[in-house]
Write a protein of this length. Structure first.
Ligand code: SF4
Ligand code: SF4
Length: 308
């Protein structure tokens, strides 16, 4: 008699990578003309006591979360390397990711990579041609990529500006020639994703005909889909307010509390997305939006695409 076939043993696939997007500083040392954050808003740096409260709160999150640090510019906050990074490494079990314009000194970057070795998930370097030479930037990014510990990954982000697609294509080619992953972000305005009049073919050549959230940030609508934002994903702004997601904050909804003062209470169940635009690729790429992306194993390399 034939024995029943033994089903193949597969590693369990986690459905979601719990993730916080933390604006560790409002201020930035650049002033890009296309920045989605207005100069009036792009200011402020949390103080040591506030950062301490945030770190204490993160230490209470169950399991291993990905804490994605952004700004403004994270490295331009003197306490980022002095307090935030060591605090996350020493006081929590979480992974760290960072979104940076890569203006930090080689010594500061080296210190960051040393301190986060084995716990760094995604190093996201945003290329801003108004401030840097692309070759110098990409050489610096390649040097960081060569220093990453196993499991970490570097992505080069670039906002693709209308009328400047050739410039973006040039940067993409230069990045890929250095073995770097280039991730395009369509230009966003307060009303949504910008148009690219007369540039449809060039845009498709650059980002593909129908890119998913792993290929480009198009800020699509997931209205009606079940989303775990507020449960396994939330954002924290420079004032410590925790929001279920960026769209919710924009609508003045989804406030979970303030982690500088009193903490935040996550929701216990997912909800149907009520918004017309999901401006960030992090929720779908971390498995928060049901039916959008097949979930992948929760290795740090599986969650490589990030907002820049
Ligand atoms: S580097 Fe980023 S945060 Fe800073 S001004 Fe430019 S787009 Fe804005
Ligand atoms: S799908 Fe996007 S916009 Fe909608 S609730 Fe989830 S994170 Fe927010």
């Amino acid at each position: 008699m034939l024995e029943p076939a033994t089903p193949p043993v597969r590693a369990p696939i986690p459905m979601r990578q719990p993730t916080v997007e933390w604006q560790v500083a409002g201020a930035c040392n650049y002033d890009c003309s296309y920045c989605i954050q207005s100069p009036k808003y792009r200011r402020g740096r949390p103080e040591a006591a506030q950062l301490d409260a945030a770190l204490a709160f993160f230490s209470t999150l169950p399991g291993v979360w990905e804490i994605k640090c952004s700004g403004g510019e994270a490295f331009a906050h003197p306490l980022f390397l002095q307090q935030v990074v060591p605090g996350l490494m020493d006081r929590t079990p979480h992974q760290i990711s960072v979104l940076t314009n890569l203006s930090a000194s080689p010594a500061a970057l080296e210190a960051f990579l040393d301190r986060t070795a084995g716990r760094l998930a995604v190093f996201s370097a945003s290329l801003h041609l108004e401030h840097v030479d692309p070759d110098a930037f990409l050489d610096k990014a390649a040097a960081v990529a060569a220093r990453l510990s196993p499991g970490a990954r570097l992505v080069v982000n670039q906002v693709v500006l209308p009328g400047k697609l050739a410039e973006a294509a040039m940067c993409k080619a230069k990045a890929e020639a250095r073995g770097l992953r280039w991730f395009p972000q369509l230009f966003k305005t307060k009303a949504g994703v910008s148009g690219y009049p007369g540039e449809d073919a060039a845009l498709a050549a650059l980002i593909g005909d129908a890119p998913g959230p792993r290929e480009a940030n198009l800020a699509p609508s997931y209205r009606g889909r079940r989303c775990w934002a507020g449960v396994d994903y939330f954002t924290v702004d420079k004032e410590g307010f925790a929001w279920s997601c960026r769209s919710a904050k924009r609508h003045g909804e989804g406030l979970l509390g303030n982690i500088f003062d009193g903490g935040a209470a996550r929701w216990t169940t997912p909800r149907a997305c009520p918004y017309d635009r999901c401006p960030c690729t992090v929720p779908p790429n971390r498995g928060m939006v049901e039916g959008v992306q097949p979930s992948r194993p929760s290795t740090s390399t599986a969650w490589a695409e990030v907002e820049g």
